[in-house]
Design a binder for this molecule. Structure first.
Ligand code: GDP
Ligand code: IMO
Ligand code: MG
Length: 422
């Protein structure tokens, strides 16, 4: 039995979906522990492309059991759309997908408030999926959970209570029209009939699987620098994608965890607002975005792009306890004759010792770069590490030494087959 946590080590979109799909051939259970339909995990198999938002990427491997843990926030319509999409592709979800009864429900007012709040002064650049407002209600102890769907009286009581308050806020604070209480009650009662068979006590299910020596992979949504505690606050998501969040988001205790795998993109991207020291502007920005097809899998927004930041990833390795990594999208750098790697930051004339998560400080650092030669050839068909060009091997050795991790997978294209395992 082995229990591993897979974390995105930067600001998301590192290629978690692809790597979970590769690794899930070795795991029997894959569980998501935080986030919601703000995630967009892409998997390409043959000429088919799947974008998953809520359901673990392990669902594409026959026989793998997939769990949505208690730490996830669930938009029932997004869930049903995803189940339908998979079923239409011939992928079974019955008896393979299990959803925690303790997971919180995203309600229509969460999505509405997410959009309204974004139009105010505190612009985070959210995905608009209601994530922040839902987690806010969870920690305010007024959230509605999947288990509430099973008790119609309780469900109605909670929806009425919440809507009385939210409608007040919508009307008085935002001069927005009130939401229809009866329609929302009906909508959520209807969801119950459709998702009831997937809802269960997933903590017990996961512990039973571990007792049976089954191997479990915990799949983080988002990236570590979007973590509400350890990320670039306030430009973060409202949950804990770092490895620590995997325990609270599933009920699997820290003593059961064997390893933490980091997913590291060979350069850096970010969606939404917030500081980004190695961000590129102009021609190189356009080139990198185009080559990497860096457009959001959930919102379609162009992703901000920049050079690899080893100072940031070293910090990420530290807070997550990452030992080995999968490097993704190495092929995207193939046509750059020179590749820059950030090895540290200068702030007010001094080199910083520690990565600053403080928004103001991080916005004013100057990255210190080392310039490495590019390899100027196509690597998308390379199957063995030894067949990579020398400059590509040197690049990998350089970032691995600067960040302090060991590389166990190299991804050279979006497809399953474009993967080098070491
Ligand atoms: P995630 O959110 O971390 O799962 O990542 P996304 O799916 O949002 O973004 C990663 C994108 O890069 C997807 O379109 C993948 O198909 C693609 N991708 C993954 N690995 C590679 C790779 O090694 N090379 C290239 N060119 N594309 C990749
Ligand atoms: P995956 O799983 C990249 C970003 C948003 C915004 C901030 C808060 O594909 O890596 P939220 O809607 O969560 O309240 O938005 O977090 N963000 C992501 N950026 N990839 C993601 O997911 C993201 N999920 C949220 O752009 O800046
Ligand atoms: Mg993504």
């Amino acid at each position: 039995m082995s229990v591993s946590i897979l974390v995105g080590s930067q600001w998301g979109d590192e290629g978690k979906g692809k790597v979970v799909d590769i690794l899930s051939s070795k795991y029997e259970v894959v569980v998501r522990y935080q986030g919601g339909a703000n995630a967009g995990h892409t998997i390409e198999i043959g000429d088919k492309k799947y974008v998953l938002h809520l359901i673990p990427s392990g669902i594409l491997r026959e026989g793998v059991i997939c769990v949505i843990g208690n730490g996830v926030v669930i938009d029932p319509q997004a869930l049903l759309d995803e189940i339908k999409f998979l079923n239409d592709q011939g992928i079974e979800t019955k008896d393979r997908l299990f959803i925690s009864h303790n997971a919180h429900l995203i309600m229509p007012y969460h999505k509405l408030l997410d959009k309204i709040e974004e139009s105010g002064a505190n612009k985070i650049g959210t995905t608009g999926r209601g994530i922040g407002p839902c987690y806010k209600d969870k920690y305010d102890r007024r959230g509605i959970r999947l288990v509430d769907l099973l008790n119609r009286t309780e469900l109605e009581r909670k929806i009425r209570q919440n809507l009385e308050e939210k409608n007040n806020v919508l009307k008085k604070l935002y001069q927005h029209e009130e939401l229809d209480v009866e329609a929302i009650i009906q909508e959520y009662c209807d969801f119950d009939a459709k998702i009831d068979s997937y809802i269960t006590d997933t903590t017990s299910l996961l512990h039973k699987a571990m007792e049976q020596n089954k191997s479990v992979l915990m799949e983080g949504a988002q990236g570590a620098l979007l973590d509400v505690d350890h990320g670039t606050y306030p430009f973060v998501t409202s949950s804990s994608p770092t490895s620590g969040g995997a325990c609270t988001g599933t009920g699997i205790p820290p003593t059961k965890i064997d390893s933490v795998i980091g997913i590291v993109k060979a350069y850096t991207t970010r969606v939404g607002n917030g500081p980004f020291p190695t961000e590129l502007h102009g021609d190189e920005e356009e080139k990198l975005r185009k080559l990497g097809a860096e457009f959001g899998a959930t919102t379609g927004r162009p992703r901000r792009v920049g050079w690899f930041d080893s100072f940031l990833v070293r910090y990420s390795r530290m807070i997550n306890g990452i030992e080995r990594v999968a490097i993704t999208k190495l092929d995207v750098l193939s046509s750059f004759s020179e590749i820059k790697v950030c090895i540290g930051y200068e702030f007010e004339g001094k080199e910083l010792k520690y990565f600053p998560t403080d928004n103001v400080k991080l916005s004013s650092v100057t990255p210190i770069y080392e310039v490495l030669p590019g390899w100027n050839c196509d690597i998308t068909e390379v199957k063995n590490f030894n067949d990579l060009p020398k400059q590509a091997k040197d690049y990998l050795a350089f970032i691995s030494e600067k960040c302090g991790f060991e590389i166990s997978i190299i991804s050279v294209g979006p497809k399953r087959s474009q993967t080098i395992e070491l």
